[in-house]
Design a binder for this molecule. Structure first.
Ligand SMILES: Nc1ncnc2c1ncn2[C@@H]1O[C@H](COP(=O)(O)OP(=O)(O)OP(=O)(O)O)[C@@H](O)[C@H]1O
Ligand SMILES: [Mg+2]
Length: 311
């Protein structure tokens, strides 16, 4: 898989205070690559630097130092921007345009001819689940979720190779979230790379191939989601359920959580070697094994671990 986004040592200081003399470091030496054809989840708590990163990639903000490339071209190369899509956090558009007019406007910016623009606008507004009766309504009469949908439709008007979505699920009701989740999965199907920031971890688990977690502007973790969640090697813990043995028989296995469960025993052990010990004790006592299951770290646990200020 080829690299589609390459971020090298990116930092951003916002100048704040009355004389703009104080500096707030929003991004701190961020280096990150995103491979094409996947859904990449960009995670981090409030103020971690997600929007700042995306705005720098979109050339809406200048970095204080560092570089970034999209599709092999430097982010300052304006030609590259015709091949990418962007849906901002809390999309805000000119209020007096209707959804159709807005789509037409963006289509025109990308040089799409009139008939094609109209066709594509209808296709996309349908895809994001905006009812046809609302297409000719002014955006100032739209709810937050409806604006979010128009923002998404707009970001896809030029059939981009990669689309950057900053909190695409915010403001959506459960039905809307499901529709947009399907839309995003559909983008990957047809080969569009998706770079999305979100706080909704269930969406990340359902959609993302790889993730990066930001903390205070720094990269706290990145990689394949499954690899990050499998707590790996010796630290892998297991739940073992057995029958026909008394709970006390397992007291010799250090660190094991033992729970009597109905007529059996449920054990949480800390290693594969301990699973072996459980099997041996159970066998010797004439009991039997019911199940062994590996306990994966949840994304929520990983997120809390990587973004909390403890350590
Ligand atoms: N225009 C600005 N001027 C000064 N500081 C800013 C500005 N925009 C953002 N910041 C600061 O930069 C840091 C990163 O903000 P950013 O908006 O990138 O975070 P985020 O990860 O997108 O957060 P959220 O999840 O809340 O959207 C924060 O400390 C924020 O206060
Ligand atoms: Mg943000």
């Amino acid at each position: 898989m080829e690299t589609i986004v390459e971020i090298n040592n990116l930092s951003k200081d916002y100048e704040t205070g009355f004389w703009r003399k104080k500096k707030t470091r929003a991004l701190d030496d961020l280096t990150l690559t995103v491979k094409s054809g996947q859904i990449f989840g960009f995670l981090g708590g409030n103020g971690a630097g997600k929007t700042t990163t995306i705005k720098i990639l979109m050339s809406l903000l200048f970095p204080s130092s560092g570089t970034a490339k999209i599709l092999g071209r430097d982010i300052s190369d304006s030609n590259m921007h015709s091949s990418i899509g962007y849906c901002p956090e809390n999309p805000y558009f000119y209020d007096y345009l209707t959804a159709s007019e807005l789509m037409n406007y963006f289509g025109e910016l990308f040089g799409i001819e009139a008939a094609k623009r109209k066709e594509r606008a209808a296709e996309l507004l349908t895809k994001v689940g905006l009812a046809e009766k609302d297409w000719n309504k002014q955006l100032r009469k739209f709810s937050k979720g409806m604006l979010q949908r128009v923002g998404l439709a707009q970001s896809l008007i030029n059939d981009p190779q990669i689309v950057f979505l900053d909190e695409p699920m915010s403001g959506l009701d459960p039905m809307g979230r499901r529709e947009i989740r399907e839309l995003i999965a559909g983008l990957r199907e047809k080969g569009t790379t998706v770079f999305m920031s979100t706080h909704i971890l269930s969406d990340v688990e359902a959609l993302c191939d790889e993730v990066a977690i930001l903390r205070n502007g720094k990269l706290a973790a990145t990689g394949n989601l499954e690899d990050l969640l499998a707590s790996g090697g010796e630290n892998q813990s297991f739940e073992v359920n057995v029958k026909g043995v008394l709970p006390d028989a397992f007291n010799s296995i250090a660190g094991t959580r033992i729970t009597a469960k109905g007529s059996g025993v449920s054990l949480e052990v800390l290693s594969e070697a301990d699973v072996e010990k459980v099997l041996q004790i159970t066998g010797n006592a004439g009991g039997r094994l019911i199940s062994v299951q590996s306990i994966k770290q949840s994304l929520e646990e990983l997120f809390v671990e990587k973004t909390s200020d403890r350590d």
